[in-house]
Design a protein around this ligand. Structure first.
Ligand SMILES: Nc1ncnc2c1ncn2[C@@H]1O[C@H](COP(=O)(O)OP(=O)(O)O)[C@@H](O)[C@H]1O
Ligand SMILES: O=C(O)C1=C[C@@H](OP(=O)(O)O)[C@@H](O)[C@H](O)C1
Ligand SMILES: [Mg+2]
Length: 197
């Protein structure tokens, strides 16, 4: 199912993907950017590049609050760019200033990739390097985190239920919901979008 609240941004300059771990934000975002000829950025990659440590190392050495603050700052700095597909980390919307910033950014379409928790956990566990997600390792808190984030995810302009779709089909749904490909391609956007998680 795809549900839409599209009135705010008829011709977006940016698409921001939100959703829980394993929803497919990084994978789908890269494909979507490629289809549009836009740049793809993953907030987790930006954080790791800036700090010079993996997300798991940042959680261990600095703690989750420090990670969230860094994540919020990185997103604010990045998301003014045009012709951008930005995949957020699953917990980015926990930070109030990130939420406020995203929802006040003009020409920005927020897309929620949705799936049942067990589907997303299974996807993550099958992925090589799954241990890099510290939130996934904390199984006791996982369900609570998921349910507490859902109201924030649901504020997106568009929701795509991904459980029975391939990443390519998710991209098709997003493009169809946006009316095909009504966007200007960026002047050059090739070869930037290698997946890392
Ligand atoms: N629609 C999908 N169907 C099946 N597997 C998917 C889908 N989207 C992503 N995956 C797989 O799930 C794993 C996590 O995807 P990823 O894009 O890293 O999610 P996220 O960034 O939302 O945490 C990857 O192994 C990816 O190939
Ligand atoms: O849900 C979370 O709190 C997190 C999700 C991860 O990103 P993905 O959602 O892309 O896996 C990453 O930002 C970090 O491990 C924390
Ligand atoms: Mg990701």
């Amino acid at each position: 199912m795809t549900s839409s609240n599209m009135s705010a941004t008829p011709a977006p300059q940016r698409i921001v993907l939100i959703g829980f771990m394993g929803a497919g934000k990084s994978t789908t975002g890269r494909l979507l950017a490629s289809a549009l000829g836009w740049r793809f950025v993953d907030s987790d990659d930006l954080i790791e590049a800036r700090v010079g440590h993996t997300i798991a190392e940042i959680f261990t050495t600095q703690g989750e609050d420090a990670f969230r603050a860094l994540e919020s700052e990185v997103i604010r700095q990045q998301c003014c760019e045009q012709h951008l597909v930005l995949a957020l980390g699953g917990g980015a919307i926990e930070h109030p200033s990130t939420r406020e910033h995203l929802h006040t950014l003009p020409d920005t379409h927020i897309v929620y990739l949705e799936a049942p928790l067990d589907v997303m956990v299974a996807r993550c566990l099958e992925q090589p390097g799954a241990a890099i997600r510290p939130v996934l390792a904390d199984r006791v808190r996982l369900a609570h985190r998921f349910t507490s984030r859902i109201p924030h995810y649901r504020t997106a302009h568009l929701t795509v239920a991904t459980a029975h779709l391939t990443p390519e089909q998710v991209v098709e749904r997003i493009l169809a919901a946006l009316g095909g490909t009504p966007f200007e391609p960026a002047p050059s956007a090739a070869g930037e979008n290698l997946p890392t998680r």
